[in-house]
Design a protein around this ligand. Sequence first.
Ligand code: PXG
Ligand code: PLP
Length: 437
Amino acid sequence: MNTTGLNLEHFWMPFTANREFKAAPRIITGAHGMYVRNERGEDVLDAMSGLWCVNLGHGRAEIADAVHEALLNLDFAPAFQMGHPGPFRLAERLVKHLPPGLTHLFFTNSGSEGVDTALKIALAYHQIRGESARTRLIGRERGYHGVNFGGTSVGGIGRNRQQFGPLLPGVDHLPAPASPLRFVRGFPPADPSAAAELERIIAVHGARTIAAVIVEPVAGSGGVYLPPEGYLQRLREITREHGILLILDEVITGFGRTGTGAFAATGFGVDPDIIVMAKGLTNGAVPMGAVAVHRDIHRAFMEAPPGIELFHGYTYSGHPVACAAALAALDIYEREDLFARAGRVAPAFQDMLFSFAGKPGVVDVRGIGLIGAIELAPQGPPGAAASHAFSAAWNAGVLGRWTGDTLAFSPPLIIEQEHIERIHDVFEEVLAEQYDW
Ligand code: PXG
Ligand code: PLP
C-alpha cells in the first residue's frame, strides 16, 4: 500500500496523542497471519491481535469470502420489524459456546454498545418485574467498559471519565482487588475483603436499589489484572442472594483469550446473568458486539403484555455482513479447535512473559492464557517508560500495547513457538537497553 502523500491532518485519531503521533507516525499498511506490515513493507509481529481482537490471525480468506458474498447477496436489511437469516443463525451458534443458561443474544456494533445495551437490559428487566427502584449500577475501579455514557459511568479508569461531566447518576465502584504479591502467574491468592466491599455498598444503598454489577473477568485495558481466587464466585453469590444481576464484560476475555475455553465465565467457573462480547466475535474484521442474556431474563420480557418488549436497538443490529464475518470466524474457531489450542500454547507464552520477572526495571508480570502484562518501573512521567518500550519494540519488529507503565500482550491464538521467542527477544533487547541490563 502506497502511503506517499498521505495527509494526516483531518482524521482525529481515537485515544491517541494526535500531535505526537502525526509528528512521528506509525502506519500499518497491510496484515497477514501473525504479522502486520509497516510503511517500509516489513512484517511486524502482532503480539496484540490488533487491539485484542484478531484472535484467528490476519487475512483469513474464509472471512473475506463470506463478507464478499454477503455484500453481494444482501448488503443490508432493516433490523426493526424485519428479519434476515444471519443473526438467527449466529445466535444459535453462539449459544453452543456460552454457559448453559445464556440462551438469547442481542446484537450491537461494538463492545461499547454491548455494554450500554447490557446495562439497559438490566434496568428494564427489573422494571418489568415491578422492581423499578433497582436503578443503581456498580462497576469497579480500573474497569474498562467502553466509551459510551453507560460504559464510561461504570468504568473505573479516571482519565476516561474526567472530561465528561457528571455521567450517569447512581453508580458505585467496587475497589480493584489489590494483590500484595507480585509476579503471580494465574489467579492471585484469595482476598475476601475485595468482594466483601460489595456487601458494604449494598448495606449503604439497600439491595433493592441495585440493578447490576458489571466486571471484566480479567481487567484488560486497565493493565491486565486477574481476579483473586474465588473473587468472581463470591460476587456471584452476593449478587444472587440480593437479586442483583451479574454482568461479565468478556469483550477481551471472550473467544479463547484466557486459554480456558470460549469464555472466561465457563473456564473460571462463574455463572453470570449476562455476558457482553465483541472483538474476537468477527475476528475484528467487521465491527460487531453482542449481549448474551440468561433465559430467565429473556423470559421475563416475553411474559410482558404483547408489544415491543425492549425499546432499544441499532440500525445495524445483526448486520448481514457482520453476521457473515462472525459465522465464518466461528467456523474457523471450531474447525481449528482454537479455544483448546489457546490453552495448550498458553504455558509457553506465560513462561516467556514470566522470564522477565526479577529483571531490573520489571516491577510485575501478570497473565493467564494468551493475555499478559509486564509492568515497568516508572521513568519520568506516568506512561513514559512503557510507551518508550512500545515504540522501540515497534521499530524492532513487534507490535505490543501500553497502558500506564504496563506493557500488554494478547497475541492471536494461532501463535507458534517461534513467535513467542521473537516477542521475547525483541523485548529483551528493548528493556536491556532501557534499563541498562
Ligand atoms: N469492554 C471491554 C472489557 C473492553 O476491553 C470495550 C468494552 C469496548 O469495546 P469497543 O468495541 O467499543 O472498543 C472494550 C474495548 C486497550 C483497548 O488497548 C481496549 C479496548 C479497546 C481499545 C483499546 O486498552 N477494549
Ligand atoms: N441519530 C439519528 C438522527 C438517527 O435517526 C439514528 C438512527 O436512526 C441514530 C442517531 C442512531 O444510529 P444507529 O442506529 O446507527 O446507532
